[in-house]
Design a protein around this ligand. Structure first.
Ligand code: NAP
Length: 471
């Protein structure tokens, strides 16, 4: 209740010299690298700078085509109240965060407004009630420093440097105790919950925390957890379509967020990725990442849909022939997420007995495919969604070990979160866009320069070298 009252008081209040000073003391200490003991002695502020959408603007884009819905108009950055901390949560000073596609969905209020998620969460518990506010602080990735721990937190302490995965589960629910992604009230933090990572201070459950890779800067460390864990579950975990040596794996959007991690996991598994992208520059990025076989869909001009209602099997065949020409056979696995535009082609090109693993439908979720190609050739469509803690931890380990590199392509300050989200909305980016929150400049936070040198600056900046071509 106290949190709600504070929210009403501080909501949208412009940053005054008083609360700016209040904020700065602990965040300045974080920037100065203060120890956990020192941070524990400094009072927590009552507000934080954060990026959010507003409940009373949730209908602002109604009737407009998706492409015209502009996150720069719906995403605001201002001071909001910091809620009371639940026993299983921590306050985190967010050094950096990232833009995920769910930030696009929230900011254009598609396929539905996220305030419905917050209202449902509010009905679950006392602590859930904090989330149903007039604003939704977004963001599902973060790297940062623990500022406070709730009374039930055991494995983490003030001062720990961490990254955050976005699987938000109620561990008192029996359904969460096999695969927590099967939990009946599983949610994505910062999308289906409030107090997300695009802020100076966020609130996360202790079971979302993972060690920060020591060889990475804050912004490099912030862009991995959501997309890497998703791709890990889809391709490496036993819960997905596990890839094995020698497999051929077709990857749509292969230089995008989840695609760029998928390519790396396939290569690490001893299999062969075939990446699909939409420009020569993106194809070049994939070659540098080690992906030999790339299809530029812009150049090929596939036209899988003759019109809004009819697909063209001859175009599926042309695509299939192009894949065979590259790798000599049909793909064992298709990594699918564009949805309506590509699903028909994905089901068609998968090998007899192959798997189409899907986690999304960017171009439309009412998909259509020819079922004869599925059943007669014994193919499987497998649905997948984010990852459980074990999978996220294993995915994070691939980053810690330097086996997977962050596909960071550009960095924006928090104040420009709308512009950053707009880039992703219009598909003008590559890999991941990082957002600086408490960290005032890029390149900070590396504590293991030896490992960084071993992984190599060239490999760590593959996506960075192209950023100008995409903006
Ligand atoms: P992203 O960075 O925007 O990358 C997506 C890529 O898909 C684009 O770069 C684009 O690559 C390709 N693409 C877009 N529309 C296409 C179309 N009509 N036909 C063919 N290719 C198309 O986004 P992301 O972070 O990778 O996320 C992709 C989707 O997965 C989003 O819908 C997101 O919400 C979803 N997602 C789901 C989960 C989950 O847990 N369920 C987790 C992460 C992401 P080219 O233009 O280069 O071909």
């Amino acid at each position: 209740m106290f949190g709600l009252i504070r929210a009403a008081v501080f909501f949208l209040r412009p940053r005054s010299p008083t609360n700016l000073g209040e904020m700065s003391e602990i965040l300045d200490a974080v920037r100065d690298g203060a120890s956990g003991e020192v941070l524990a002695e400094i009072a927590m502020p009552s507000t934080t700078r954060a990026a959010f959408v507003l409940r009373d603007e949730q209908h602002m884009f109604e009737g407009m085509p998706s492409r015209d819905k502009d996150p720069r108009k719906s995403l605001h950055v201002a001071e909001v109240a910091i809620p009371e901390l639940a026993p299983d949560e921590v306050y985190l000073a967010v050094m950096a965060s990232s833009i995920n596609f769910n930030t696009v969905w929230t900011s254009i209020f598609e396929p539905l407004s996220t305030f419905g998620f917050l209202d449902r969460l509010a009905k679950e518990s006392y602590w859930g009630r904090r989330h149903a506010l007039e604003y939704h602080v977004v963001g599902s990735d973060a790297s940062g420093v623990v500022l406070r721990t709730g009374s039930a937190v055991r494995n983490w302490k003030v001062g720990d440097e961490v990254t955050v995965h976005c699987n938000y589960v109620d561990d008192q629910d029996p359904s969460s105790h096999d695969d927590s992604m099967l939990s009946s009230n599983q949610k994505i933090w910062g999308f289906e919950t409030n107090f997300g990572g695009l802020a100076d201070i966020c609130v996360v459950k202790a079971n979302q925390l993972m060690p920060k890779p020591t060889h990475l800067s804050w912004e490099e460390a912030a862009v991995n957890a959501l997309c890497n864990s998703t791709s890990y579950r889809m391709l490496v975990s036993r819960n997905g379509a596990p890839v094995t040596q020698g497999d051929k794996v077709l990857i749509w959007g292969a230089s995008g967020g989840i695609g760029s991690f998928a390519v790396q996991h396939v290569l690490n598994s001893g299999a062969t990725p075939i990446g699909v992208v939409s420009s020569a520059a993106k194809a070049q990025t994939l070659h540098e990442l080690g992906c030999e076989f790339v299809i530029n869909r812009e150049e090929k001009q596939y036209n899988f849909w003759k019109d809004a209602h009819t697909q063209d099997e001859t175009e599926w065949r042309r695509f299939g022939k192009d894949v065979r020409a590259l790798v000599g056979e049909d793909p064992d696995i298709v990594f699918e997420h564009p949805g309506r535009s590509t699903m028909g082609a994905s089901v068609f090109v998968a090998k007899r007995g192959g798997t189409i693993v899907t986690c999304a439908a960017t171009s439309g979720y009412m998909i259509e495919y020819d079922n004869r190609h599925l059943w007669m050739k014994l193919k499987t469509i497998k649905g997948s969604h984010f990852s459980n803690y074990r999978e996220a931890w294993a995915a994070n380990q691939t980053i810690i070990d330097g086996k997977v590199v962050p596909p960071l392509s550009a960095v924006f300050p928090l104040e420009q979160v709308g512009e950053a989200t707009y880039e992703v909305h219009l598909n003008r980016h590559e890999g991941k866009i990082g957002v600086l929150c408490v960290a005032e400049q890029e390149g900070l936070g590396v504590t293991n320069p030896e490992l960084r040198a071993k992984v190599g600056a060239k490999r760590l900046t593959i996506f960075r070298r192209h950023d100008k071509e995409f903006s």
